[in-house]
Ligand binder design. Structure first.
Ligand code: UDX
Length: 447
């Protein structure tokens, strides 16, 4: 089948590559000419395992095309995917200007019937709005053409995007149209072989499903972070509690890891947007507000601990920071807990020596040259002359470090671990002062 994908960000590029991999003909359209040129040369704008070879192979095989020409994209296929960004507005609502810009272009340029598929995470009612928008433009043009607008939200996780897209848990298709449904069933047939993953519903329910899924996952994390706070004060160990509750299949082991807060491009934005939607329709959404509040507080947990240990003035102190990305296997630093921590250290006069396996360029891009941030080439280099080690991301390579080297290199053997990577008893045995999240032992020792 032929498909055009508007917007080659995370969602658009991965979706396009995976569809081409299955044999479909895919044209990607983006307004960013430099990005399109780089993609044609096989240079991928994001770090995502498995994506670069998939894009290169399918581009060379003539199944994956890149263009800035919107008209070419619109005429290329009957199925037009919208996968542009929906950044949060100042009030937390999702900004639909890019979605509506693509819709407008489709309305102006379409010559035959189209099925427009919304992949971007958009507020409930957007499929309807996009339909109205395109319909309005067609009316101005004085033409009447068949048009369907479908909601087909994306659930991929950064760092596992290609695998998630190749083997989706579910394929949500929000439409009442049998024609649109038939086209999408054909498109997704290769992903739907072993068991039926397609769940059809109305467009509004599909749009809400995406927000509800992310809000539910964010709720699990904030719940665990709140429990971690209790565990700390009660002298209990949240890691034991996690195992204990996860064994109940109704709760499960996924997404109950306490830490220094959730970040990324989705959870913070989507929880905010859903709170905004709720308030617009006169609903309070007290649970969602708490989820957000708990997370904001959690991102300050490490700096609070740092102040408890070193006092409020961090002038003259340097901290080694391992992990800048909001989670492992990505270079993405959007809403990353590391940023809250670094900025608080700088505000208190301290310096940071940071290392991340992938996010160094991103950090450079975000913060530029400043004398209170040194970006180090290795995790060991970050330790040199530092007063303590701080950990914000659970990259595999941080899990079993050379503790003797850490001890020798740091000025004091102190670790503030925002991801509970180590065994507190073992570290204490080695002579470390070890602060983790929600581990009673560390409280005792912090006293
Ligand atoms: C998320 C959803 O998982 C995905 O389905 C949706 O499409 C987009 O948003 P992503 O933002 O890529 O994906 O990352 P995810 O792996 O879900 O992690 C989000 C954040 O939660 C990270 O900061 C992670 O560190 C944190 N997290 C996750 C925890 O703190 N504890 C956990 O138990 C799980």
């Amino acid at each position: 089948m032929r498909v055009a994908v508007f917007g080659v960000g995370y969602v658009g590029l991965v979706q396009a590559a995976v569809l081409a991999e299955m044999g479909h003909q895919v044209t990607c359209v983006d307004v960013d000419a430099a990005k399109i040129e780089r993609l044609k040369e096989g240079i991928i704008p994001i770090f995502e395992p498995g994506l670069a070879p998939m894009v290169q192979t399918n581009h060379q095989a003539g199944r994956l095309h890149f263009t800035t020409d919107v008209a070419q994209g619109v005429s290329f296929a009957e199925l037009l995917f919208i996968a542009v960004g929906t950044p949060p507005d100042e009030d937390g609502s999702a900004d639909l200007q890019h979605v509506l810009a693509v819709a407008g272009a489709i309305g102006r340029l379409m010559q035959g019937g189209k099925v427009v598929v919304n992949k971007s995470t958009v507020p409930v009612g957007t499929a309807h709005r996009v339909h109205q928008h395109i319909g309005g433009i067609l009316a101005e043009r004085g033409v009447s053409l068949p048009l369907e607008v479908v909601s087909n939200p994306e659930f991929l996780k950064e760092g596992a995007a290609v695998a998630d897209c190749l083997r989706p848990d579910r394929i949500i298709i929000g439409t009442d149209s049998t024609h649109a449904m038939a086209l999408l069933e054909e498109l997704y047939a290769p992903f739907n072989r072993n068991h039926d993953r397609i769940i059809q519903m109305d467009a509004r329910s599909a749009e809400l499903t995406k927000y509800a899924a992310n809000a539910m996952l964010a709720t699990k994390i904030s719940f665990m972070n709140e429990m971690a706070g209790l565990a700390e004060k009660l002298g209990a160990d949240i890691e034991a509690v996690r195992k204990g509750i996860g064994a109940d299949p109704r709760i499960g082991y996924h997404f109950i890891y306490p830490g220094c807060g959730y970040g990324g491009s989705c959870f913070p934005k989507d929880v905010k947007a859903l709170i905004h939607t709720a308030s617009e329709i006169g609903c309070e959404a007290p649970l969602l507000r708490s989820v957000e509040r708990v997370n904001d507080r959690q991102k300050h947990r490490l700096i609070e601990r740092l102040h408890q240990h070193f006092g409020s003035d961090l002038a003259g102190r340097t901290f080694a920071l391992w992990g800048l990305a909001f989670k492992p296997n990505t270079d993405d630093m959007r809403e990353a807990p590391s940023r809250v921590l670094m900025e608080a250290i700088w505000a208190a006069g301290g310096k940071v020596q940071a290392f991340d396996p992938q996010a160094m360029n991103e950090a450079q891009h975000l913060y530029g040259l400043r004398d209170d941030l040194t970006l180090c080439g290795t995790q060991e280099a970050a330790l040199k002359g530092a007063d303590a080690l701080l950990i914000c991301t659970e990259w595999q390579q941080f899990r079993a470090p050379d503790f003797e080297l850490i001890q020798r290199t740091l000025k004091q053997a102190v670790i503030f671990d925002g991801r509970n990577l180590y065994d507190p008893a073992r570290l204490r045995q080695r002579g470390f002062t070890y602060y983790a999240i929600g581990r009673g032992d560390s409280l005792e020792q912090g006293k």
